[in-house]
Write a protein that binds this ligand. Structure first.
Ligand SMILES: [Zn+2]
Length: 385
C-alpha cells in the first residue's frame, strides 16, 4: 500500500510505502497534491475508561464490547490505547481485567490496539478532592500480593499504574513495579513534597492528569502539583479537553515540560453521546451539555469525567494556538510511546510500524479520513474518498 499526503511535520507531499505492517520507504510526493490531507503517526491514548456507551469499569463488560470499542477508537484515529480500570472491589477489578485479557486473546485487532492496561487505583489518596470520583470504600494502601494477583488475571498486561505515594507502603511497591517493567504514575494524591520526591527516587516516572483530582486550595509555594511540575524525571499527562484545565494553566504545564508532556483523553462511556442527562452507575445523574462538558447534575460545577476524544484534545491545542499542529499531534502520538519506552516506537519513519492516520485540516479542526493499523486500512471516511 502507498499513501500520498502531506507530511504533518513539514507540510511537504510525501509517499509512504507500506509493506508487511511496517513503513518500507518514504519518498518525495507529487507537488500537485491536494494540500488539506496530512499523514501522521496514529494517536496513542494512555488513559481511557470507555467511549460511546461502552464502560470499561462496569461489571457486565464483554469481550464484544472491547472489539466494538477498538473499532470506534480506530475511527477516531487511535491506533493504540490503554484500557483504564479504576478503583473497584478486589473481585470486580479482577473480573474486569480478565475480560480485557480475554478480549485480547480472542481478537487479533483488539490485541494489536491494546498497548497494555492502565490500572488507576485503588492505591490512591483517601482524601476528598484528590480522590476525585473514586469510591472511598475501595481505596487502600499499596499491596504487592493483591497487585500480583491482578497482574496475573490481566495476563501480565498491566503496564501503567496510577498511585498516590502518601502511603508508607508505596516506596517498596513502586520499586517492585519498576523492576517488573510497570510504569508508575503519581496521581489522585495528597502526598507531601518529600513523599513525591521519594516516589520519584523509587522510580515513578509520570504524573496522571496533572492539575486534576486535587484539593480546591493548595499552599501557594510548596505543594504536590508544583513539586511534580518541577521534577525533570516526571512526564505530565494532561487532559486538554477545554474543561479540565484552564487554558493558562495548560500553557504553563506545557511550557514547563515541552519535551515531557503528553495528552490523554480520560474519556468515559459518555464520550460521543448526544447532549442530555444520563444515569451514572455510581453517584447521581450526569449531564452532557451541547459544548461537550460533562458534569454532575446536582452540582454543575463538578465535572463528571471527560466526554471527549484524544483528537478533540489535539484540536483544542491547535484552535487555541497553544501549540502548532505537529507539536500538538506529537503530544498525543509519539510522545506517549516515548513516555513509556524511553524512545518513540511509532515515528513516521522507515522501519517503524505502519500505525498511521490521514487527516484533513478544515479551518483549524482536524478530521480523520483514514486509519491504518499494522499496515492494514481499518477505517476510511467514505465522504472524503
Ligand atoms: Zn483520575
Amino acid at each position: 500500500m502507498t499513501i500520498e499526503a502531506l507530511d504533518y511535520r513539514t507540510n511537504k507531499p510525501i509517499s509512504v510505502h507500506i509493506k508487511n505492517g511496517y513503513i518500507d520507504n518514504i519518498t518525495a510526493g507529487n507537488e500537485q497534491l491536494d494540500t488539506s490531507y496530512y499523514i501522521a503517526p496514529g494517536l496513542v491514548d494512555l488513559q481511557i475508561n470507555g467511549f460511546k456507551g461502552i464502560d470499561l469499569n462496569t461489571i457486565g463488560l464483554t469481550i464484544a464490547d472491547l472489539k466494538t470499542l477498538t473499532q470506534i477508537l480506530l475511527e477516531k484515529g487511535i491506533t493504540t490505547y490503554y484500557p483504564t480500570v479504576i478503583s473497584n472491589s478486589d473481585i470486580a477489578t479482577e473480573s474486569l481485567l480478565k475480560v480485557i485479557a480475554k478480549a485480547c486473546d480472542s481478537f487479533t485487532d483488539v490485541n494489536a490496539c491494546v498497548g497494555g492496561i492502565h490500572l488507576e487505583g485503588p492505591f490512591l489518596s483517601i482524601e476528598d478532592g484528590p480522590r476525585g470520583a473514586h469510591s472511598k470504600e475501595f481505596i487502600k494502601a499499596p499491596d504487592w500480593d493483591l497487585f500480583s494477583k491482578w497482574q496475573k488475571a490481566s495476563g501480565n498486561r498491566i503496564k501503567i499504574i496510577t498511585l498516590s505515594p502518601e502511603w508508607p507502603e508505596s516506596i517498596t511497591f513502586i520499586k517492585k513495579c519498576v523492576e517488573a517493567g510497570v510504569i508508575v504514575s503519581i496521581g489522585h494524591t495528597a502526598a507531601t513534597t518529600q513523599q513525591i520526591n521519594d516516589a520519584i527516587e523509587a522510580g515513578a516516572s509520570m504524573s496522571t492528569h496533572l492539575g486534576n483530582a486535587s484539593h480546591a486550595m493548595l499552599p501557594r509555594h510548596s505543594n504536590y502539583v508544583m513539586e511534580q511540575l518541577a521534577s525533570d524525571e516526571l512526564w505530565s499527562s494532561l487532559i486538554a479537553d477545554g474543561f479540565h484545565l484552564p487554558d493558562s494553566l495548560l500553557k504553563i504545564f506545557i511550557k514547563t515540560k515541552p519535551n515531557k508532556s503528553i495528552l490523554v483523553s480520560d474519556a468515559t462511556s459518555y464520550a460521543d453521546l448526544l447532549p442530555g442527562t444520563y444515569k451514572a452507575h455510581i453517584g447521581g445523574d450526569v449531564e452532557l451539555d451541547s459544548n461537550g462538558r460533562l458534569f454532575m447534575k446536582n452540582s454543575p460545577k463538578m465535572l463528571a469525567g471527560s466526554a471527549q476524544s484524544l483528537l478533540w484534545c489535539v484540536n483544542q491545542l491547535i484552535k487555541k494556538q497553544i501549540l502548532p499542529l505537529h507539536e500538538a499531534w506529537n503530544m498525543a502520538s509519539i510522545k506517549p510511546t516515548e513516555s513509556l519506552f524511553g524512545t518513540s516506537t511509532n515515528y513516521l519513519q522507515i522501519e517503524h510500524p505502519a500505525d498511521l492516520v490521514v487527516f484533513k485540516k478544515e479551518g483549524d479542526t482536524l478530521k480523520i479520513i483514514k486509519t491504518i493499523k499494522s499496515g492494514r486500512l481499518v477505517f476510511s471516511n467514505s465522504e472524503n474518498n
